[in-house]
Design a protein around this ligand. Structure first.
Ligand SMILES: O=P(O)(O)OC[C@H]1O[C@H](O[C@H]2O[C@H](CO)[C@@H](O)[C@H](O)[C@H]2O)[C@H](O)[C@@H](O)[C@@H]1O
Length: 374
């Protein structure tokens, strides 16, 4: 394998180890950028920056308040109710121009197949919001029987991997298909098929966990977050093994600032961790240079397609964390990403699908095309 532990170690967040990925709709983007680009203070003679303790504490407080406020702006921006607040005509114009650049993968099916001709299609599927509809309770995010049957057939036709922010065991308990590759914890926990995949390489099953030394820390942070957020009604902390999710889908918007402060008060003690955001969820993970994009490259390599030109990876996902994988495909100029979204979003994906039902239809068409073209 060309990917080692050494080249995944290293910082991914800013100097405080905390990074929020802001949403395109948010005015917070510029505020966030500005907060990262504060003019440097000129050092005094001798290389020291002279600053009184009182001023230092005051600065820390202000920075912390700014950071909390940019988190909350970003939390609001990721909520469709805020996105819909734009004037209707503007939304419609934006929407149709977005669809021109990211057409439906179902409408473009023939063109997609033409582009893949002669190449090995490899399928990468996100779970929540892609294979299963978004629901209020993360423990109830089941995929339908029909979707499961479709993914099973898909895996007979093409090498297939599930790439999820969830803990690998949890996503496996939802999907229950032993013939797939699974990358849990945003790609930080990769395992090859347990049984009967014709795409399995060799006898050994792949197992790759680039963040294993963070396990005790993540466990500790999970417990602290559970304790800290228990006073916020609706907050739910999920242990995803190599990362932790703090859900605010069921938290009243008036409590979001309080929740952000609670999360910040825990993770400020851990510069080795960073914060990113998904759909109504704050995600805390190690600052190693590893994400769903790196997991995609690792899996292609494991499948024997490291330097191949005749491979055609297709990645389908709905979340900000899936953008890392879309970008890898765009940069490699191989295959493409499909964003699952009902709303226009800034994305590196080439095509779009509106919801898991459309994802299932797209996968069924792939299976049918393969059946007719063996
Ligand atoms: O990479 P994914 O498979 O998309 O995982 C990302 C997060 O998905 C889950 O949360 C999301 O789905 C929940 C169930 O529909 C929903 O309640 C929540 O608001 C969404 O953010 C999962 O629970 C998280 O741990 C994952 O990080």
């Amino acid at each position: 394998m060309g990917i080692t532990k050494q080249n995944v170690a290293g910082g991914g967040g800013n100097s405080s180890g905390v990074e929020v990925m802001p949403d395109m709709y948010s005015a917070s983007l510029s505020m966030y950028a500005a907060s990262l680009q504060k003019p440097p203070v000129a050092p005094a003679a001798g290389g020291f920056i002279k600053i009184s303790r009182r001023k230092l504490l005051k600065n820390l407080e202000v920075n912390s308040a700014e950071r909390i406020s940019s988190w909350v702006d970003s939390m609001k921006a990721s909520s469709p109710t805020h996105v819909k607040a734009a004037p209707r005509s503007l939304t419609e114009d934006h929407s149709s121009s977005w669809m021109l650049h990211h057409p439906s993968a179902l409408d473009m099916f023939e063109q997609i197949i033409d582009a893949s001709q002669g190449k090995q299609i490899v399928m990468f599927l996100d779970y929540d919001g892609t294979l299963s509809p978004i629901v209020d309770d993360p423990d109830q995010a089941f995929m339908s029987k029909q979707m499961r049957a479709t993914v099973k057939k898909l895996a007979r036709c093409f090498p297939t991997a599930i790439v999820s922010g969830r803990c690998r065991d949890k996503v496996y308990s939802f999907v229950r298909l032993g013939e797939l590759y699974y990358a849990g914890s945003h790609g930080m926990d990769i395992k090859g098929p347990a049984k009967g995949s014709k795409y399995k390489k060799g006898d050994q099953s792949v197992l790759f966990q680039p963040a294993s030394e963070f396990l005790p820390m993540i466990d500790e942070v999970y417990k602290k977050l559970v304790e800290k957020t228990k006073s916020t009604p609706g907050a739910k902390v999920e242990n995803n093994k190599f990362c932790v999710s703090v859900h605010f889908r069921r938290v009243d918007e008036k409590e979001w600032t309080e929740l952000a402060q609670q999360v910040r008060s825990v993770i400020k003690e851990y510069p080795e961790l960073r914060l990113t955001q998904g759909r109504k969820v704050l995600e805390i993970r190690p600052t190693i240079k590893w994400d769903k994009g790196k997991a995609l490259e690792f899996l292609l390599e494991s499948l024997g397609f490291a330097n191949c030109t005749n491979v055609f990876p297709v990645y389908i996902g709905d979340d900000r964390t899936d953008e890392d994988a879309f970008k890898i495909l765009r940069d490699r100029g191989q295959g493409f990403g499909i964003l699952v979204s009902k709303f226009p979003k800034e994305t590196n994906a080439s095509y779009s699908l509106q919801e898991p039902e459309e994802v299932m239809n797209f996968l069924r068409r792939l299976v049918e095309w393969k059946r007719l073209n063996i």
